[in-house]
Design a protein around this ligand. Structure first.
Ligand SMILES: C[S@@+](CC[C@H](N)C(=O)[O-])C[C@H]1O[C@@H](n2cnc3c(N)ncnc32)[C@H](O)[C@@H]1O
Length: 668
């Protein structure tokens, strides 16, 4: 089954009203911090439980409790918790099982033997695929999860009914497969996933593409939020080969499913490209900034299909797919065979994963930064390169747009920021540490700008990456703005800084571009995207290309790796490198695309402390505002003008805390 456009549509329009979930469940880690019905965060003092014997779920209000608590007991979710508490006290992750139990309960399915299990309530289960014994270990994990999970669900239902478990859990397994095939992670306000939700065919029949034309967002309804406005006509209609399924689906739309979770997180589908009437609508099921091989492996294991979208079928591969997996060999004496190369890539991947784990799991951001910067600059360390058949192996470096490089910049931006705040927390009084902290914050901002600038190049060749790119520009803007506003900059120059009011969007209009007006117009709901994405992007790039060179040397001062990136926005250096060595192995000894011919170290060095730091600060601010507004503009295309992110950006730009004084400051 699939979904198609009812009429021609523009980019940046909602294609559905906010659709309520059939079932939803918080991840176990959020059960104490969020309302189990509406997923909104709980104020520390408001924990409503209808039944004192149930301490598993919390609610934000009596209406949420009244609507959800009965289902918690009648679906056997409560009994599942009791069961898991005894069998797997610490490792339980049960949101998929709980959502499946809830669905099983509200669907009132007829007895098992009369029910075909490949589709339930119109939704595909993939049952026979997901439970077939397979050749790959990740699928084996899925199989074990379905077998064990189905059994746990069935036992919980028997506990609820006071009956003996017969050993048959086929129906439960089918519902669990339905959840694995159709559930989406619920993420709001750019945070981590709160839980999962399953929606009816209006959303669940939308297929995946690695170059999608639509995206989705969630809307939470807490008791304070007014009722969701009435349903408007769906802009997408069901399509596919199964006429009976389509007719059933259209008919079922008028009968609301009993028990449907009215307070649960709602989903809205939105176009990110112009779509023609009758064209299929696609969303992305996975992270699109991964090379084809990894995307395909993930889709196969989770959803059991091979993607044949335009991006995946392109021959030669698209620019995006080429750079995301491109490596650069820089040793003549290597064994030129694919096995070696694959082995090398595997080692690079493990090395980067280990470095990221140093930060995220071990809590050592310093070790993480050192490893990531080494691998970006030099490839693997020597001890990782065992000679094969007496010959030393090539040491591959990652292309600056390789997906591991992108993961590295993201991690470095965050790890440097954390290092700065750790340093300031430890030694808040010491001047030397303030300078060190400032340098760490600058490096963090440099990496977030590098990430945004580098991935923008990819975005220009594939606009379906818009949501990720919006995020990168917003992060870069936020980082630059907080650096410009940081009091640490005050201690960097002797003497007092002149008065500089860095607040209010209106007072920071740029003479060269209309970004601020576009953002403002969007924010107040007047005609969206007047200037068109292409025009705005061009204006934005012109502005940031002229501002960045004025701050880049300040940001990377004293940082040897960042100095290798001549200019994060002007990617001429990258282009030079790509044309000098196109896809494949580098055949010349010692000559790498990352050596000094392309990575001009000299041109960016030599920052002098005597420079006009206040001017530098203004430029940082100006660049930050541009990045934020552009990220906000892209994000309003993906998530709508009234989304949390747009409001957040407005607040950031308006700057609740201005540095000094009140005089207005033009972005000149
Ligand atoms: C959420 S459902 C989408 C609707 C589904 N096509 C149906 O018939 O109900 C996800 C499943 O749809 C199929 N699917 C989604 N995108 C696909 C694609 N691009 N190519 C082939 N199958 C796809 C896979 O079987 C996947 O497990």
């Amino acid at each position: 089954m699939e979904m198609r456009m009812r009429e021609d549509t523009e980019m940046g329009l909602d294609l559905t009203h906010p659709l309520p979930p059939l079932a939803s469940s918080l991840h176990d880690s959020h059960l104490r911090s969020h309302c189990s019905a509406c997923f909104s965060p709980l104020p520390p003092t408001v924990l409503v439980n209808t039944n004192p014997s149930s301490s598993f779920l919390c609610y934000c209000s009596p209406p949420c409790s009244a609507s959800d608590s009965p289902l918690h007991f009648s679906s056997a979710e409560h009994h599942l918790f009791l069961l898991l508490r005894h069998s797997h006290p610490s490792t339980a992750h049960s949101s998929d099982l709980r959502a499946a139990l809830r669905l099983l309960h509200i669907l009132h399915l007829p007895p098992l033997h009369t029910q075909p299990l490949h589709r339930i309530c119109g939704l595909l289960t993939n049952l026979h695929h997901l439970i077939s014994p397979s050749h790959n270990s990740e699928s084996d994990e899925t199989l074990t999860r379905i077998r064990d999970g189905g059994k746990a669900m069935a036992v919980a239902r028997c506990m609820r009914d006071g009956t003996e478990f017969s050993g048959d859990s086929k129906l439960e397994e089918a519902l669990l497969c339905l959840v694995l095939t159709n559930a989406v992670e619920v993420q709001v306000n750019g945070g981590s996933a709160l839980g999962i939700a399953v929606y009816d065919w209006c959303f669940s029949w939308i297929n995946h593409s690695c170059s999608p034309n639509a995206c989705y967002r969630f809307l939470l309804r807490s008791p304070e939020t007014p009722q969701f406005s009435g349903e408007s006509r769906l802009q997408i209609i069901p399509g596919g080969n199964d006429e009976i399924e389509i007719q059933n689906a259209v008919r079922s739309k008028s009968e609301s499913i009993e028990g449907c979770n009215i307070h649960g997180p709602r989903i809205i589908v939105r176009s990110i490209k112009a779509i023609k009437k009758g064209e299929e609508v696609w969303v992305a099921y996975i992270d699109l900034l991964q090379p084809k091989e990894i995307r395909h492996a993930e889709l196969w294991v989770k959803y059991w299909f091979s993607c044949c979208c335009n991006r995946c079928n392109a021959s030669p591969p698209t620019y995006v797919d080429l750079v995301l997996q491109e490596t650069l060999a820089h040793s003549l004496n290597y064994i030129d065979d694919n096995m070696c190369r694959e082995e090398e890539i595997r080692k690079l991947t493990d090395y980067v994963d280990d470095a990221i784990a140093d930060y995220l799991s071990v809590g050592n951001p310093e070790a993480c930064c050192e490893k990531l910067e080494n691998v970006i600059a030099q490839g693997l360390p020597d001890e990782q390169l065992e000679p094969i058949e007496g010959k030393s192996q090539a040491n591959f470096k990652l292309h600056p747009l390789h997906h591991l490089s992108l993961a590295a910049y993201t991690t470095l931006a965050s790890a440097y920021r954390v290092r700065a705040s750790q340093l300031l927390d430890l030694h808040s009084e010491m001047d030397g540490d303030e300078l060190e902290a400032l340098s760490l914050i600058k490096t963090s901002a440099a990496y977030s700008l590098l990430l945004a600038g580098a991935t923008h190049r990819i975005f220009l060749s594939d606009s379906s990456l818009i949501a990720s790119i919006a995020n990168f520009w917003m992060n870069a803007g936020e980082s630059l703005l907080s650096l410009a506003r940081s009091s640490l900059l005050n201690s960097f120059v002797k003497g007092r800084l002149p008065v500089l009011n860095l607040s209010s969007l209106q007072s920071h209009k740029c003479n060269e571009c209309s970004l601020a007006d576009e953002f403002e117009a969007n924010f107040f709901g007047s005609q969206a995207h007047n200037g068109g994405l292409e025009n705005i992007s061009k204006q934005f790039l012109n502005c940031v290309s002229s501002i960045t060179p004025k701050v880049w040397s300040f940001l990377i001062q004293g940082h040897h790796l960042c100095k290798k990136f001549k200019d994060p926005i002007d990617s001429n250096w990258l282009q030079k490198m790509e044309t000098s060595k196109i896809w494949g192995f580098q055949a010349h000894s010692g000559c790498t695309a990352m050596d000094s011919s392309s990575w001009d170290e000299e041109s960016t060095g030599g920052y002098e402390a005597q420079r006009d730091t206040n001017q530098e600060r203004k430029n940082l601010f100006k660049l930050g505002i541009h990045c934020l507004l552009y990220g906000g503009f892209l994000s309003s295309i993906c998530y709508g003008p009234s989304s949390y992110l747009t409001r957040y950006i407005r607040n950031l730009v308006d700057g609740e805390e201005s540095l000094t004084g009140n005089s207005s400051h033009e972005m000149d």
